[in-house]
Design a binder for this molecule. Structure first.
Ligand SMILES: NC(=O)c1ccc[n+]([C@@H]2O[C@H](COP(=O)([O-])OP(=O)(O)OC[C@H]3O[C@@H](n4cnc5c(N)ncnc54)[C@H](O)[C@@H]3O)[C@@H](O)[C@H]2O)c1
Length: 279
C-alpha cells in the first residue's frame, strides 16, 4: 500500500469551496493565516472587502454598530468554510474600540492588517445649513473613530513586529466638494492622520495608507441618490468613466495596500475614482 505523502488531519481538511478556490488559482490565497480587522463591515465597501479577503484565505475580525448586518457578513464568509467573527463596537467610543481590538487579539492572537473603514456621510447641505450635532457626529465617527482605531491597533502591531493599516478617506478628502463640506473636512483629516501615522510608525514595521474612493455603488450612496435624484446624472457626468465604482474595485486596492506587494507604499492616498480627481 502506498503511504500518502502528507497526512491531513480531519480539522485541516479543505472544504469544497476552498478546493475550488485553490484549483482556480492557488496563488490567490495570499492572505492565508493573516488576521484582518475591519470596521464598518456590515455593509458596502467594508463587507465587500471582508468577502474578497476571505476568498484569499484571511481570518476576519469584523466590527460595526449594525449587529444584524455584521452577522450577515460573517455568515456570507463562514458558509463558504472561511473564518470570520463579529464584534459590535461604535468606533467613536474609546472604551468600545479598546474592547474591539483586545477581543481580536484574544481571539486570534494578533492583528496583521486593519481596515479602518466605518464612516457616515451626514446630510448633504451647504456649509451654513449644517447643524452642529451633524458636524459632531461626522467628526466623531469619521475622524475620532479612525484615530481611536489606530491608537489601539498600533501597540499590538508593534509588539507583533509590524502590520499594515488602511484607512478609508475619500476623494472628498483630497478636493473640495459641494454640499459635503464637513464630510470633506473629516476625510481630509483622515488623510492627515494616515500620513502622520505612516511617518511615526514605519520604522516599527507598520505601513499606513489611505484609500480614496470616488462615488461607489453602496447603501451610503443609494441613500444619497434617493434623497437627491438629480445627483445621479450629475455624478455620472462628472466622472470621466461615466459610471459609478463598485465596492469590489475598492476592495482590490485595499487588499493591495495591505499586502507585501505594496511594500514601498506608505502614507499614500490611493484614489479609486475612475479619474475624477485627475480632471
Ligand atoms: N460609497 C462611496 O461612494 C464612498 C466614497 C468615498 C468614501 N466612502 C467611505 O467608505 C466607507 C464605507 O462606506 P460605504 O459606502 O460602504 O457605506 P455604508 O453605509 O454602506 O457602510 C458604512 C458602515 O459603517 C458602519 N458605521 C457607521 N457608523 C459607525 C460607527 N459609529 N461605528 C462602527 N460602524 C459604523 C455602518 O453601520 C455601515 O455598516 C465610509 O468611511 C465612507 O465615508 C464611501
Amino acid at each position: 500500500m502506498k503511504t500518502p505523502r502528507f497526512e491531513v488531519s480531519q480539522e485541516t481538511k479543505l472544504t469544497d469551496y476552498q478546493i475550488t478556490q485553490y484549483e482556480e488559482n492557488p496563488l490567490n490565497r495570499k492572505f492565508e493565516d493573516k488576521v484582518v480587522l475591519i470596521t464598518g463591515a456590515a455593509s458596502g465597501i467594508g463587507r465587500e472587502t471582508a468577502v474578497q479577503l476571505a476568498k484569499e484565505g484571511a481570518t476576519l475580525f469584523l466590527s460595526d454598530v449594525n449587529e444584524a448586518g455584521g452577522q450577515e457578513t460573517v455568515d456570507m464568509i463562514t458558509s463558504k468554510g472561511e473564518k470570520a467573527t463579529f464584534f459590535k463596537a461604535d468606533v467613536s467610543k474609546a472604551d468600545e474600540v479598546k474592547a474591539m481590538v483586545e477581543a481580536c487579539v484574544t481571539e486570534y492572537g494578533r492583528i496583521d492588517s486593519a481596515f479602518n473603514n466605518a464612516g457616515i456621510e451626514g446630510s448633504s447641505s451647504r456649509m451654513v445649513d449644517i447643524e452642529e450635532n451633524i458636524y459632531d457626529a461626522i467628526m466623531d465617527i469619521n475622524v475620532k473613530g479612525v484615530w481611536l482605531c489606530m491608537k489601539h491597533q498600533i501597540p499590538h502591531m508593534v509588539a507583533n513586529g509590524g502590520g499594515t493599516i488602511v484607512n478609508t478617506a475619500s476623494v472628498a478628502g483630497l478636493v473640495g466638494s459641494h454640499s459635503l463640506s464637513v464630510y470633506g473636512a473629516s476625510k481630509h483629516a483622515v488623510v492627515g492622520l494616515t500620513r502622520s501615522a505612516a511617518v511615526e510608525y514605519v520604522r516599527k514595521g507598520i505601513r499606513v495608507n489611505a484609500v480614496c474612493p470616488g462615488v461607489i455603488r453602496t447603501p451610503m450612496v443609494e441613500r444619497g441618490f434617493e434623497h437627491n435624484p438629480q445627483f445621479v446624472e450629475a455624478t455620472l457626468k462628472a466622472n470621466p468613466m461615466r459610471r459609478l465604482g463598485e465596492a469590489d474595485e475598492v476592495a482590490k486596492a485595499v487588499m493591495w495596500l495591505m499586502s507585501d506587494e505594496s511594500s514601498f507604499t506608505n502614507g499614500a492616498t490611493i484614489t479609486v475614482d475612475g479619474g475624477f480627481t485627475a480632471q
